[in-house]
Design a protein. Structure first.
Length: 310
């Protein structure tokens, strides 16, 4: 009876939180400029101010983050998760709160399933099972988030050569750097939306009053890609010393295309090694069955005829 009541409460709480999350996602309208200005202000504050901002929040998501920050090592976990979300391109206002809510819901769902499985076991096994549930509930969302970061970086890496080449062409027409980046962002929005949004973010930060060098430094920290770091250093140094940026970008775009071709050739070279395991596990047994099964059936038939003939 108590187990059924516990499962009912967990199911009701999980469904209620899911409906509330969907309502918040549909209710809140995106404001890129406001979110970016808020991010700039939050970077300028110290860590204690960030904790107080979570305390003073009035929405459900703010209260959720505040409750998680009260847990020992909860604030460090929130900061690490927020950093990974930014590196994965998830920079909406409530992205961190949604990630925390998904983690909590997953832990509750796993706890309910484990309670149903362990209902007839002694309490000692309950403790180990619940500890495993909590660990798995924390690890699975983090693994998915890290995979999202890798995928986002790969998309940025693939989009960089063409975008840099187009930026050099636009700069050659006489436009300023901010105007050229904005134009490239508009042109690449439907082809490479990830890198286009990053360029638009840099332009927006500069227009909000931030130094261009600091804006590019934040771009490098968000992406974590060495090629973007080299691009940012080239742009900052060109602006500092007054050198021609258009010709330098054209040469750099050619180098990026060469690196992309080498990465593709390396991936093709690894494909043969990666295909060994599927071939051995799935293809070779089927081939053996197809080729040997008729001979085995005929042999068994002949043996049967010989035995009956005797």
């Amino acid at each position: 009876m108590l187990t059924s009541l516990f499962l009912f409460l967990i199911t009701g709480a999980t469904l209620s939180l899911l409906f509330w999350t969907g309502f918040e996602l549909l209710h809140n309208q995106e404001d890129p400029l406001g979110d970016r200005l808020e991010e700039l202000q939050s970077h300028a504050l110290v860590s204690t101010a960030r904790v107080s901002r979570r305390k003073s929040g009035g929405t459900f998501f703010d209260h959720l983050l505040y409750l998680v920050s009260l847990v020992p090592a909860g604030e460090d976990w929130l900061r690490g998760s927020e950093k990974l979300l930014r590196q994965a391109g998830q920079r909406r206002k409530h992205a961190l709160a949604i990630y925390v809510l998904i983690t909590v819901l997953l832990i509750l769902a796993l706890a309910g399933a484990m309670a149903a499985v362990q209902r007839n076991n002694p309490p000692s096994s309950w403790i180990g099972a619940m500890a495993a549930v909590v660990i798995i509930g924390f690890m699975l969302p983090r693994m998915v988030l890290q995979r999202m970061v890798k995928r986002y970086r790969r998309k940025l890496q693939e989009a960089l050569p063409d975008t840099v080449d187009l930026l050099g062409i636009v700069l050659g027409t006489g436009l300023a750097l901010d105007q050229a980046m904005n134009r490239v962002s508009d042109e690449m929005q439907f082809i490479y939306p990830e890198l286009a949004n990053e360029f638009a973010t840099v332009v927006m930060q500069v227009r909000a009053g931030q130094e261009r060098a600091k804006a590019f430094d934040q771009l490098v920290r968000r992406t974590g890609i060495d090629d973007i770091k080299s691009l940012a250093a080239m742009i900052v140094q060109s602006e500092k010393f007054g050198t021609s940026l258009s010709s330098a970008l054209n040469v750099y775009a050619e180098a990026l295309r060469t690196r992309r071709r080498l990465r593709a050739e390396a991936a093709i070279g690894k494909a043969g090694v990666k295909m060994i395991f599927p071939i051995v596990i799935f293809i070779l047994p089927v081939i053996f069955i197809i080729t040997l099964a008729p001979a085995f059936i005929m042999m068994m038939r002949d043996l049967k005829l010989l035995t009956t003939g005797r």
